[in-house]
Write a protein that binds this ligand. Structure first.
Ligand SMILES: [Zn+2]
Length: 90
């Protein structure tokens, strides 16, 4: 599954008191981790992280970790253990 996200849309959604479904919250937290990791690497440099898949890492979950590359103002990410991938802009 591919996720195309525009980070400013998430401003404030994790503020205290805001109720979100757990999967949405996991997704947003995941994206936040990728964005902060990506801010520390050079554009074009593929980076493997230890960020766990938002599917979870249990028996039925995904054993993969996130990989990403920063291209221009976008972050392309994917997991080594499943078909989840996406692009984060801004
Ligand atoms: Zn996965």
């Amino acid at each position: 599954m591919s996720y195309i996200t525009d980070i400013p849309h998430f401003d404030g959604v994790l503020a205290p008191g805001v109720k979100l479904p757990a999967p949405a919250k996991r997704m947003i937290e995941f994206l936040g981790r990728v964005v902060s990791a990506a801010s520390a690497v050079k554009p074009g440099q593929a980076t493997v992280t230890d960020i766990a898949c938002m599917k979870g890492t249990g028996k039925k979950g995904c054993q993969g970790a996130a990989e990403f590359v920063v291209v221009a103002d976008k972050i392309k990410w994917r997991f080594s253990g499943c078909s989840n991938d996406g692009v984060i802009s801004n």
